[in-house]
Design a protein around this ligand. Structure first.
Ligand SMILES: Nc1ncnc2c1ncn2[C@@H]1O[C@H](COP(=O)(O)OP(=O)(O)OP(=O)(O)O)[C@@H](O)[C@H]1O
Ligand SMILES: [Mg+2]
Length: 473
């Protein structure tokens, strides 16, 4: 609890500085701090001057009067701030700030790392493996002054959110004062842009009485422009479920402004779908996207070792599940439970297990009208049915011939469909050399999803009869 005896002037000065910066956009000068500290200690201007190495006339006549005026505006709350009242007013200010923070931290998950306030629930991975290259690369991108935003795109469960969380931890370990605030916001299908903006205004404790969304956004952007913040918008694909075109346009404009108008702050977006497919505004010029793939062999192996699985076959597990950590978690858990941790035995059963995160992503893609068109669905089904353990990929000419025979489409439409599927990591492209003919394949989990069609979403809308290829599993 705050009392006048345990409150020191340096703590108060931090709170005051924050308020002054928010309200008038500048820091307190050294001379102003001397006057405030001196007044807190009940000193007269002569004593303050000799303590701080100033001329007392300068402090009393030039520094103090505008300082009291400014403080009256910022913290006066209707009372004119004067030297004799200052201690009382500052004491109240600290008390309010304490109560506000207390209430806030209970509701919103707030903590302090160095001087940086962190809001929101950052995912915590107990044993984090690999990703050194990605983290090094992202650190460089964040530090570069050329851009203000980046999007991490990848399939469900590939580790986007965990990677950003780890990145933040490392950035703050390198320099805990680099950001004033880190704000992590999960984007839900139901959250409107106004809710997001209000949430940000609340966590950044901005004081704005204006009700109009546009003014709030302008105010928010100004803050992000003038002081360094790191903003994470996690799971942008959630907006697609909303099927609300206007909402997606609004978000798109907001992201565009964020990317365009921030100087000091940085925004990281994570999404299963490429941004241009979600937000209906072409942000690609301003927000560059990077694709997040699964863990590499070493990281995947060490993750499996952590879960008690050993031996050369672990390499095959990492390869089969494309290093997707959420898939590896599920598979490792089942191998331990059903096969006593024997990976080779598990492979004898020739089954592919499916984790929940990738499956819910596939459910969304196949369920949501407009996300996968007929050509894309047919390509995926054809690849699933035509590939096997022996024939892992299909050449482009063969695929093109088949699709054109079955649906009335042009070659360029098929190419576009293939490119979209590739961007979403739904199909894999195999082309080792420039001269090699391009061919396509599916990762085993996606192949199984299509053939098993667990929710009946794949074949229902694809005008093709369901195959029986996967009955053996
Ligand atoms: N580098 C890693 N080392 C160990 N475990 C990891 C790593 N990355 C992710 N995981 C684990 O994998 C799971 C999926 O990670 P995460 O939720 O970050 O994926 P995502 O790409 O954000 O998925 P979604 O698109 O569904 O949000 C989590 O349980 C996480 O703990
Ligand atoms: Mg995520």
């Amino acid at each position: 609890m705050i009392t006048s005896s345990n409150l020191d002037i340096n703590t108060i000065l931090e709170i005051l500085e924050e308020q002054v910066l928010k309200s008038v956009g500048r820091r307190l000068s050294e001379a102003e701090i001397v006057v405030i500290k001196g007044s807190w200690d009940g000193k007269d201007y002569k004593e303050m001057a000799s303590d701080g190495g100033y001329n007392s006339y300068y402090l009393q006549q030039k520094v103090a009067p505008p300082l009291w005026n400014m403080l009256s505006q910022v913290i006066g709350n209707g009372v004119k701030v004067k030297k004799i009242y200052l201690k009382n007013i500052l004491f109240k200010l600290a008390k309010n700030d304490y109560v506000e923070k207390l209430e806030f931290s209970e509701g919103e998950n707030e903590r302090l790392v160095g001087k940086t306030l962190i809001y929101g629930e950052l995912p915590k991975t107990k044993y984090f493996h690999g990703r050194e290259k990605e983290i090094k690369y992202l650190k460089q991108r964040i530090a570069s002054s050329k851009e203000t935003s980046i999007a991490l795109i990848g399939v469900g469960g590939v580790g986007k959110s965990s990677l950003v969380s780890k990145l933040i931890e490392e950035v703050l370990t390198d320099n805990c004062d680099i950001y004033e605030c880190v704000v992590w916001k999960r984007i839900e299908a139901c959250s409107s842009l106004e809710e997001l903006v209000n949430g940000l205004i609340k966590v950044l404790r901005l004081k704005i009485n204006d009700e109009s969304l546009q003014r709030k956004i302008t105010f928010l952007l100004k803050t992000l422009q003038s002081r360094p913040h790191l903003l994470v918008l996690d799971g942008l694909e959630g907006l697609v479920q909303a099927e609300n075109f206007e909402k997606r346009v609004e978000y798109g404009k907001f992201l565009f402004q964020l990317a365009d108008e921030q100087d000091k702050s940085y925004t990281i977006v994570t999404s299963q779908l490429p941004l241009e497919e979600i937000i209906e505004v072409n942000t690609t010029l301003l927000i560059s996207s990077i694709k997040i793939q699964g863990l590499d062999e070493n990281a995947g192996m060490s993750m499996l070792h952590d879960k008690g699985l050993y031996g050369e076959s672990c390499k095959k597990l990492v390869e089969t599940y494309r290093g997707n950590p959420s898939e590896l978690e599920v598979v490792a858990e089942r191998i331990n439970r059903f096969w006593g941790g024997d990976v080779e035995k598990f492979f004898e059963y020739k089954t592919t297990l499916m984790g929940q995160q990738l499956q819910s992503m596939l459910n969304q893609q196949f369920r949501q009208a407009g996300l996968l068109n007929d050509i894309q669905k047919n390509i995926m089904i054809y690849l699933a049915e035509e590939t096997s353990e022996e024939i892992t990929s299909i050449s482009f000419p063969k695929l093109l011939e088949y699709i054109k025979k079955n649906i009335d489409v042009s070659t360029s439409e098929v190419i576009i469909a293939l490119e979209v599927l590739e961007q979403r990591s739904l199909i894999e492209v195999n082309k080792k050399t420039i001269k090699q003919e391009i061919s396509y394949s599916l990762q085993p989990v996606i192949r199984k999803y299509i053939l098993v069609d667990p929710l009946g979403l794949v074949y229902k809308t694809s005008n093709r009869p369901k195959s029986n290829n996967y009955n053996q599993e």
